[in-house]
Design a protein around this ligand. Structure first.
Ligand code: G1P
Length: 297
């Protein structure tokens, strides 16, 4: 029987320099799509997948992120007094059960693999999920939930995967496919940020993982890889040679790279349009905007 996945790591230590000056004083993960911070989307997805323990790997200057998950007693009391139950309901999603959330500091920016490794004592000997909040995925069934269900069949290690244009493969971890079974692929190799013409395919790793504790052990001794950083991809790739249990999962949904400005804007449009109360006004605006742009060109 496969063990349930109840712990998830959220690496949130990055400086977010691509969003300066905003990230001078707010953590990137607090930046909002419509009215919810990026991190809220990640948490909601984890909850839907059955995650009960939320482990944040943070760094200096991420205080706002910790505050975000606290109860805002004064605000809640105010809303209660004025009978604003709808707003209280919105806040409820942001509150975590006592003890469900843990913060670990990554003291040096040594890479994603290192960030994950910082949480090793909280993971212990259990399978765990990793969610990169920069990758926001709009899906009918949340991506990690799809993966947890698929994992019931496979066990082992699973990464979310998506075809990317070949010229973009160098920005990702890329899978070398052993057997392609449709949604699921078994993997015979993984390369982090391959050089042009060295990518084994154009099937890229997206920021959702279900991993065995063995990957954490691999991180104990892994040396720095691509970009001089300790790479999670390399620690997972070791499992291929050892136990041949690494799978890519082509999720159903649309992924937005909210680590980039273009991706963030696209996500804002998509999530804005998806909101019933905004849809009509927003789409009229977009149509008008595109028409006047076209006319001006
Ligand atoms: C990280 C991972 C990479 C993965 C990507 C997905 O890279 O190292 O394997 O493809 O996330 O977003 P980063 O974007 O942090 O450079």
């Amino acid at each position: 029987m496969k063990r349930k996945v109840t712990k998830a790591i959220f690496p949130v230590a990055g400086l977010g320099t691509r969003f300066l000056p905003a990230t001078k004083s707010i953590p990137k993960e607090i930046m909002t799509l419509v009215d919810r911070p990026l991190i809220q989307y990640a948490i909601d997805e984890a909850r839907a997948a059955g995650i009960k323990e939320f482990i944040f790997v943070t760094s200096r200057g991420k205080g706002a992120l910790e505050d975000y998950f606290d109860h805002a007693h004064e605000l809640e009391a105010n809303l209660r007094r004025s009978g604003k139950d709808d707003l209280l309901e919105i806040l409820r999603d942001t509150n975590m059960d006592s003890g469900a959330i843990a913060y670990i500091r990554q003291h040096k920016a040594l890479g994603l693999g290192h960030a994950v490794w910082c949480a090793r004592r909280l993971i212990g000997n259990e399978p765990f999920a990793v969610i990169l909040p920069d990758d926001v995925i709009a899906a009918e069934k949340p991506c990690l939930q799809q993966m947890v269900e698929a994992y019931q069949e496979t066990g082992g290690n699973m990464v979310a995967a998506m075809e990317v244009p070949p010229e973009k493969a160098g920005a990702y971890g890329v899978l070398d496919i052993n057997e392609d079974m449709g949604a699921m692929v078994s993997v015979k190799g993984m390369v982090e940020k391959p050089k042009a013409d060295e990518a084994p395919s154009n099937l890229a790793v997206i920021g959702r993982y279900i991993l065995t504790p063995k990957v954490m052990q691999n991180l104990n001794r892994i040396k720095s890889g691509a970009g001089g950083e300790i790479q999670l991809t390399d620690a997972i790739a070791e499992e291929i040679a050892r136990s041949n249990n690494v799978f890519g999962y082509r999720f159903r949904g649309q992924r937005f790279d909210c680590g980039s400005k273009a991706g963030f804007l696209q996500a804002t449009v998509a999530f804005g349009l998806a909101r019933a109360e905004l849809h009509d006004e927003f789409i009229q605006f977009l149509i008008g905007m595109t028409a006047s742009r076209r006319a001006a060109e």
